[in-house]
Ligand binder design. Sequence first.
Ligand code: SAM
Length: 352
Amino acid sequence: MPPLPTTKDILRLYRIKAKKSLSQNFIMDPRILQKFVKTAGNIEGKIAIEVGPGPGGITRAILDTKIQECHVIEKDPRFLPSLNLIKNAVGPEKLHISIGDCLHYNITGRLESKVNKTAWDSHLKSNLVLFGNLPFNVATPFLIKLMKSMADQTHLFSFGRMTSILTFQHEVALRMVAPPNNPERCRLSVMVQNWANVEYAYNLPGGSFVPPPEVEVGVVSLTPLRQPYIQLPYETVDYVVNSLFLPGKNKYLRTNLRRLFVPLGVSPEASKKLAKELLEKCDIDPTFCAVRLSMDDIKSLCFGFQHLKETHPLLLKTQTSLEETMQNSEADYYNVEKTNSEADLKYVVQFD
Ligand code: SAM
């Protein structure tokens, strides 16, 4: 890339101050930026997508590789001049800038004609790679959306298995990779590990950022599995995993699993019996707690629940409410607004 003023100088030049409301902490050190991009392995010839580029530190490191092109989505329009400066340096075909909210922005249509699809069961990954150093309050809802489209093989995952390199608060990164019996094991661990190979690549100390965040930062790499452990729809797995963990991850399973049935209008007494029946069928100790369950155990419970749902007279009566409850549970759990395409169109401004 042709020489440009440093990111620090650019921030000074455009008089941009980090906005606390957007939790803006920038990485300035070129070595850290290069290391971050290298976490994705060899990205030569790929198309990169970056969410939350800010002044463009990671963007530059991406463009310093032999990448085909890079698409960035940034919420704060104050960064447009600095991103345009980079665009002018690399050429209009190399960097594509969109101002918008990455939680609502769907870039898939823009990539249709540029990316060849790679079969999901191929050992090869897709031609896309995703990077993001987002504020922590955006990183988790973004991850959940990503997991949902990974499970459904839609949006960016409609082109194949794409690797994502993302930052999270250290504790969240630990939860994502926590194995069974680990105190950090939670709903997020199961949901992420069911569909992805997740690695806590390394930790970035607060001093790597300007201004430094109050918490440590974990860099996480996520690559979709060719086959998930539990091959059931995202909503079903989510519903069962919520019931397992939500009432308390260290509580008896026989207590937590009642939650699978009560919201479907089954009486508390009958729910207790159904939970017992499910645990017996899956050969799982009812006095175990969710943290101790292996992926295989959770798989048995999901398929066992699915079977009960399709065959048990008490549940057959409540089919409609079951589908509704599953959808509502997703909304409650992640607290992510549903995409409103009309509102999105108003919100997103493209500068290409
Ligand atoms: N990537 C830059 C870096 O590493 O130096 C900036 C990181 S800063 C922690 C997060 C960036 O994400 C900010 O530029 C912020 O404006 C942007 N951002 C926050 N919420 C966003 C959202 N919903 N969609 C897109 N960008 C967002």
